[in-house]
Design a binder for this molecule. Sequence first.
Ligand SMILES: [Zn+2]
Length: 248
Amino acid sequence: MTDATDAPDPTSLTTADRLLLVQRIDTEADQLVNRRERLAEREQLAAASGQLATWERDRTAMRGRLDELTVVIEKAEGDATEIREHKVRLEAQMKTVIAPREAEALMHEMSTLDEQTDALDTAELEALEEQSDVDDRLTAHLSSEEALRDAVSVADGALERVTAEIDRELDELSARRNEARGELDDGVLARYDRVRASSGVAVATLTGHRCEGCHLDLSAAEIDDVKDEAAAADGVAECPNCGRMLAL
Ligand SMILES: [Zn+2]
């Protein structure tokens, strides 16, 4: 990494040089902040967390279904028991019945009770089959928990390491930035900050007649003006086109 503070003999630097130095540091810091926000590690953590959240939702759904099925099975069993007991009473009653019509009515009622217990038994059997199926799926589902939690933890650790490294670089830049700004006048700094806030890049150089900030050519007369301006202000002028500080 090139260290701008390694520039030869700092006392020989002009205001324009120092401004360019501050700008280089600010640009580098901007790039780091930008990189910190767009890290692949951040996306990987979001993906792993998303997978775990989906897994947890599925587990909750399966457990909920098992609870529902337990209720269905218990109710079917309870209802069928009641109906069978009722039928036993009707069978006892049947033995005392003499009138054929009454016997017929009892027979009919007992046959209805048989249909009801059949239906309940079928419902219970279906619920038991589904319970066994969901139970198998839940067991398989639970077996992937550790891998999913590990993936989140690994992604989290990777993101933490890379952001810590970026933060360390940002701290270093911040120290260099303070040092570089300390060499500049308050008025120059205020102007730099103002132009940076509005134009992003505050300081531009000239290549021939072209301002490297706005990429527009200055006329010969404008070049003479900015040269005069720079001569009077330790190398700093202003681009007549974009208002950036020109470092000459
Ligand atoms: Zn310009």
